[in-house]
Design a protein around this ligand. Structure first.
Ligand SMILES: [Zn+2]
Length: 333
């Protein structure tokens, strides 16, 4: 019995080891075939379009995800920074003189919410009609509520507005619209070379700073005995309502001769003014409030105020002898 049992156990062992060998062989064969197929795919066959598509799709997806994340976090940031002032995000570029900033409008309602005096008549400017550089802002058109600034800081000396700008954080240096930044730099460099060094006196002015200046002006007239309505009308002659000044865009600039900070008509007697009248258009700037166009612009003669419109338009505007209002009408006619 014992022997029988032993024999049958050894038989079973033999069978088990045979099965084991067969399984091992099968595994080896499978592995071999697998490796062969793989190496065949890698070496001889060109990559299938499908597989590269899959790769691309994966890349795209991850890119889209990143984009989504960025915009989410942007929205998140702006939502948390809403209530009292314009939000700014800063990114310092390598060039030491410039800090690139993006000023976003306040998102709870509009950036006009905190403004004390807003134009009762102005309608939103259509900034896309003729392109951003030709955005028309005047007493009839105010900055639209969804306007997004794209500003670059310009730290070139002081400005007459500096005393006001200092009231606001980060505004002790000036900012200009990104499109106008390089042309402005180039124009200043050229003026230096021509021996007529320029001074950027005033550039971008925030909606709230504009309102402060306007309010100050209204208060001043009221303290002289004018009613509030009359004071507002008077203030609106020299100052403009928030959102209706070209300085609110970053595309309008007050430029004087270097060292001069006082905006006066006598600037027209300087060689700097003469140089600007001849050369500003080559950099995309026009004299915005000319002496013979006050009726059309609604703004007094300002020999110091230049507006960036781009080279092509600047040359055309000067050639036609028009102000921006007339030029826009001309384009639309
Ligand atoms: Zn100005």
């Amino acid at each position: 019995m014992v022997q029988k049992k032993n024999r049958s156990t050894s038989k079973q062992k033999k069978r088990n080891s045979t099965i084991g060998i067969i399984i091992t062989c099968l595994i080896i064969i499978f592995i071999f075939v697998g490796i062969k197929n793989n190496s065949d795919n890698n070496s001889s066959n060109p990559p299938e379009e499908g597989s590269s598509e899959i790769q691309q799709t994966t890349e795209n997806t991850s890119f889209e995800k990143e984009t989504e994340k960025t915009s989410e976090s942007e929205i998140g940031t702006t939502n948390t920074e809403t209530s009292t002032k314009e939000t700014t995000t800063e990114k310092i570029t390598k060039e030491p003189e410039t800090v690139v900033i993006t000023t976003k409008p306040v998102l709870t309602g509009s950036f006009y919410d905190k403004v004390k005096y807003r134009s009762p008549d102005a309608v939103p400017a259509d900034i896309f009609k003729h392109g951003r550089n030709l955005m028309l802002l005047n007493r009839q058109y105010e900055l639209p509520e969804d306007f997004k600034w794209d500003l670059v800081y310009w730290s070139n000396g002081q400005s007459v507005d500096a005393m006001y700008l200092n009231c606001e954080e980060k505004n002790s240096v000036k900012a200009v619209d990104r499109a106008a930044y390089q042309p402005l730099k180039d124009m200043f460099a050229a003026a230096d070379e021509a021996g007529v060094p320029l001074q950027l006196v005033s550039a971008f002015r925030s909606i709230h700073l504009q309102d402060k200046l306007f309010t100050r002006s209204v208060n001043s007239y009221m303290s002289q005995g004018y009613s509030e309505t009359d004071a507002i009308n008077k203030a609106n002659y020299s100052r403009t309502f928030s959102g209706t000044s070209e300085h609110n865009t970053g595309l309008g600039f007050d430029i004087l001769e270097k060292g001069n900070f006082s905006l006066s008509e006598s600037f027209e007697n300087t060689s700097q003014f003469r140089w600007l009248m001849e050369n500003a258009e080559n950099y995309g700037f026009i004299l915005r409030y000319a002496e013979d166009k006050t009726t059309q612009t609604g703004i007094m003669y300002e020999p110091w105020h230049f507006r960036y419109v781009g080279v092509e338009h600047a040359k055309k505007i000067n050639e036609l002898g028009m102000c921006l209002e007339e030029y826009i009408n001309y384009l639309e006619a």
